[in-house]
Design a protein around this ligand. Structure first.
Ligand code: ATP
Length: 343
């Protein structure tokens, strides 16, 4: 069929271009209009938010067609397993996608962001990232004041306003590279994130359950930190260290309140010597971002940071964008303005 022949082939993922009755490519005019339109690929995690993402997307598609169908060809691609969104994104960018829209939570956004890169380099400087936040936490969107409202997100994408945002590059002891757009964090919060991902069926309550589980066996520990390639500094009794490209994590905690994704630097917040009752007494401060005034909380702006254990236990958790990455040591640097984002 002519319509199918006009579409690029896709081997890695099932790319379903819009072939609704409104898209009749049998005439020359329709065919040339199809070619002139930009190509937007929607990467949908049907399992996001405990399956809500998949259900919402089915209802949303007519709205997407209505608001974006005039200006772009809409392609939808469903993930079939964790990490699949990375491959989908890479292939779509290589095949000339003008925009990749992550439909899901921060985990899906994280995978799509990783798909923008290959062997340490962006695959394309011109593909735009978009987000339709339909996740459990959807923390990245909070920095921009966006609601977890997919209709508003679609209208925002249709307006076409864009801004370049910074991306964090993480590498571990074996040298493997990983990208993040929101917050990377270390120790108690990362352990809590690891466990909360098992309780996503409880909705936002998963973060409370994850934190309670993480406290079992937790000990504050001494870490050494190297900032901007300087000397190693020792931070004693660290409870958590958070490297913010954006402000929120854990389902709405404003943990890195001074972070800004277009500042060209990270904001690092270190919590030291926190006990379980500090979390009870100061939890509201972590949510509204006023914890920086506490005595055992430090904040600084950095372009790169290395973090390692002083002991050699090998059990200090690391996560980025809520996804478990492994354990210390870790090196992290900022890639200023690396991706263009629909805002
Ligand atoms: N088809 C799939 N089956 C199972 N898991 C998947 C599939 N596609 C993606 N995933 C995984 O689902 C996880 C969660 O997805 P996502 O972040 O979209 O939703 P969420 O966890 O509910 O939201 P948030 O991260 O904002 O709290 C991701 O880590 C991703 O790797």
């Amino acid at each position: 069929m002519a319509a199918a022949a006009a579409l690029p082939k896709s081997s890695v993922f099932s790319l379903r271009a819009e072939q609704s009755s409104s898209l009749d490519l049998t005439s020359d005019r329709a065919r040339s209009s199809y070619r002139l339109k930009r190509k937007f690929v929607f990467v949908v995690n049907p399992r996001g938010a405990n399956g809500r993402t998949g259900r919402e997307w089915r209802k949303l598609l007519p709205y997407v067609r209505k608001h974006l169908g005039q200006q772009c060809n809409i392609h939808e691609s469903f993930t079939s397993s964790p990490s699949h969104a990375v491959g989908i994104t890479r292939e779509a960018i290589r095949e000339g996608a003008d925009a990749i829209i992550a439909v899901g939570g921060d985990g899906t956004l994280h995978e799509v962001v990783n798909g923008f890169f290959w062997e340490g380099e962006p695959i394309s400087a011109t593909t735009t990232l978009g987000l339709i936040p339909v996740g459990t936490g959807s923390d990245f969107s909070r920095t921009f004041g966006w609601k977890n409202d997919p209709h508003m997100a679609i209208k925002r994408i249709a307006k076409g306003l864009k801004s370049r945002v910074d991306i964090g590059l993480l590498s571990g002891s074996s040298g493997e590279q990983h990208y993040f757009i929101n917050v990377a964090d270390i120790h108690l919060s990362a352990k809590a994130g690891y466990y909360s991902s098992r309780y996503k069926s409880f909705g936002n309550f998963c973060y409370v359950l994850g934190a309670l589980r993480a406290f079992i066996g937790h000990r504050n520990c001494d870490l050494k930190i190297k900032v901007n390639g300087g000397d190693w500094e020792v931070y004693e009794n660290v409870t958590a260290l958070c490297i913010g490209n954006a402000k929120f994590f854990g389902g709405g905690m404003k943990i890195v309140p001074n972070a800004c994704p277009s500042s060209g630097s990270f904001e690092v917040v270190v919590l030291q010597d926190f006990r379980w009752y500090d979390f009870v007494l100061k939890l509201y401060k972590l949510y509204n971002g006023s914890h920086l005034s506490e005595k055992r909380v430090f904040s600084r702006s950095v372009k790169s940071i290395e973090v390692a254990e002083i002991g050699n236990e090998g059990d200090i958790y690391v996560q980025s964008d809520g996804e478990h990455l492994g354990f210390l040591p870790v090196r992290c640097s900022i890639l200023p303005g690396a991706i263009e984002l629909f805002i």
